[in-house]
Design a protein. Sequence first.
Length: 1031
Amino acid sequence: MSLQVSDIASASTQSVKRHTTTYHPSIWGDHFLKYASHSLPIDATAQEEYKELKHEVRRMLISTTSDEISEKLRLIDAVQRLGVAYHFEREIGDALDKIYNGCDDDDNNLHTAALRFRLLRQQGYNVPCDVFEKFQDDQGKFKASLIDDVAGMLCLYEAAYLGIPEEDIMDEAIAFTNSHLELMVTDDQVISHDHHQLVEEINHAMNRPIRKGLPRLEARYYINIYSGDESHNQILLNFAKLDFNMLQVQHQKELSNITEWWKILDFATMLPYARDRVVECYFWIMGMCSEPQYSFTRITLTKVIAMASVLDDTYDAFGTYEELELLTDAIQRWDISVMDGLPEYMKYLYRALIDVYREAEEEMISKELGRSYYMPYAIEAAGFCFLPCYGLLVLVLGSSVFVPSLVFFLSFFWCLSGLGLLWLMKRLVQAYYVEAKWCKDGYVPKVEEYMQNSLVSSGYPMLATTCFLSMGDIANQQAFDWISNDPNIIKASAIIARLMDDIVSHEEADVNNVNVHLLELKEELKRMLTEVDIVNNKPLQKLDLIDAIQRLGISYHFETEIDEILETIHKDRHVSGLIDDNNVDDHLHSISLQFRLLRQHGHKISCDVFNKFKDSNGNFKESLVTDIKGILSLYEATHLRVHGEDILEEALAFTTSHLESMAASQLINSPLLAEHVNGALNRPIRRGLQRLDARHYMSVYQEDPLHNKVLLTFAKLDFNILQKLHQKELSDISRWWKNLDFSRKLPFARDRVVECYFWILGVYFEPEYVLARRILTKVIAMTSVIDDIYDVYGTIEELEIFTSAVERWDISAIDQLPKYMKCCYEALLDVYSENENDFACEGKLYRLDYAKEAMKDIVRNYFSEAKWCHEQHVPTMEEYMPVALATSAYKMLATTSFVGMGEIVTKQAFEWLFTDPNKMVQASSLICRLMDDMFEQKRGHVASSVECFMNQHGATEEETCNEFRKQVRSAWKDINEECLLPTVVPMPLLTRVLNLARVIDVVYKDEDGYTHAGVILKDFVASLLINPVPI
């Protein structure tokens, strides 16, 4: 080492620049510190029952005849998966040996063949994989007929994970079973609802096959699965439950002692930079050896891995290179006297590390855990320095006294120093130091160099060797001889640990790096937005930048800057009349863009600005047709029109006809501009979902040779980071939905939770609305189920009871409901109550009261529609529309959308929502109802507005739909008008209602994309929630 101890000790007292990171504190606190009262030892009666059950299970394993191969395999599989195989290793070994030697495996049953293969491979028998060739066709593919045998497919899937290199048929088996099992669990027609437990097993296996699972964790899961199997063995199940609980008591006691040791060390205070993960460390080690006889191994290894974790954080996240050099040297010397030269924080760590090994040594000596066969390793590790002492002590004490003691002592020396634990710890720390040196030097090693070092720094060679501690006679000389040579299984385990850790760490590091890069790009974009004097300079460049920022979906980062710029433009160029006919920026594109951006932000800019583009006859000049970009901008601007703006109606007709003609005739020379035109004709900006449009616009914008690289990079990075957040939210919501198990309990209802989340993502995608999205998605998902109960399943008598129960909003009302309605009613109340305490503490409980009232209102109106259907009554439009606007659910959704939005929402905002009439909410509801009904007509259950209008006015369906499209256009004008300043409520609240209307235009424009979720909606979901944007 190049630095002197005194130099570093002195430097450690000075201010040092460190690489720091912040880890989440322990989630356990003192939970495991006390030996919990519910974990008291099992009483004598239970102990006796336990012994009897164990004897009976052993008898079953022995008594099953050799002719019952399938039954014997199933019993062994159950014993192993229930976590009690360690009681019957000899019996299981004998049984499998008999099966291996006595069965030629001519069984054509896929389940039996696959189970036999897996159990024998697990036991170490080299069973040939060609046993599966009988299940392949003439082309060497697995037979399609196997798909009908779901249990057999699952068993083959599990067996395939016991494949070894060059067993191609096993790789083919994984691909074959994986693809078909995935399809089975997503298609209700393949596996009936009566076999929901098989679906659960498949989902679990797809997530983690048996071969990759932790036996103890898998046992806890399988006990629940096995108990639901009608053919389960009750004796075996009872024994497994008792055994699990008895072993859990021991594990709790061990963890309590370890937690106490950790708390006394007080690393959370002394070394706050380090991860506080002692409970997780114990869980890790319990995954290696959970059996009762390995208590000492678990305790010792947990302490070792906990210390290794702190060392890892010291090398990775806190220590300077000079300090790490000192610590590495001190650990190699392993002498408490060198501690004085370490920085203060390292002294504490160093002493604790040495104490762990000292305590382990004392424990082994006191319990005589050593073995004489360690001696050759110990002597090799100790070197000849011990030989003179050995000879001298033999002369003094005599060989009969000293030799056994020396053998016993050296066995510990092997285990705790030399080639044992201590040597492995030194080796681990040396590997940490190498990585720290690479970091300091900015050196990126070659893959071979990195892997050689990182296999050690993964910690797995150390953990694998340490787990042999106190394992009894089975950990013999040959075992240590074998493990000291880094066998392939150790290397493979280390590779898995290193690469999986590196993948996750790389992703986390990437996120951190991306966040830093995002901040830099964000500041650069702010500078771009504020650097131009828009009063004295032409604003087109600034307007184009704002438009790009908005269309790329990142304007929520720059709301203040954009508002200030547009306010200035509005004041100085429109209110003060600074628009000049001679200003070259006042051409069609510039004026149209100004108009749209200002209207989008609520400014009352006059549509008279477009008069200059008309000829003497009052028509738009034909010369404009050659300005495709200007025509397109004008087209987009017209969708911000309000009632009475005839010039914008003319502009819409003018631009639409010419743009459609250009697109159809392929008269647009620029592919980029043609893409813009086709996209706008399909869905103008005003009616698009910002997140969905941003995803599309990125691919278009990057093809523009004049695109802003800073802006594009920021948009892509921001999209992907937000997508990660949305994926996490959807995962949590999907888990909630899966736990409700409505697909089985209410199979008539639409299973559309992903589509519901997509719907709500259209209402708000910004990161600050996590709670709002969760609440609104759950509410709309429940509303969809309730809608289906009223529309397609419930009898009028059942619906009357359910309506009354919702009015009462009291869980006690559940007893009056039919069985299938109970789960829905309980889930509905739970959705609203799960955040009740938080809202109450914040003084916002009134929000939930308004939301509940809106839900009650929609259920009342569902019942009105159900009565019409029951009575086969076709109402008049005047009778139908008030009810239909309520059952569109949009007033309820608008109300609920405010619940989780933060401080911007006040009680006055909810009062505004409940004002009757509310033009904004009514327009949004009308758009939803009419566009929905034009497709619901084809569904043919409850009378729709289409049927009511046709019946009342004698109109054809086409005439009716044309009339409804006209009403939809009028409703959009109402929305535009309500969004002009000054607004009754803040613009962010109006935007939620606007966005609800936009979702309908996306989901229902070409099809009922919700009820009949097809390719279009599936692609939309994939683009927002599955596929990241390529950077």
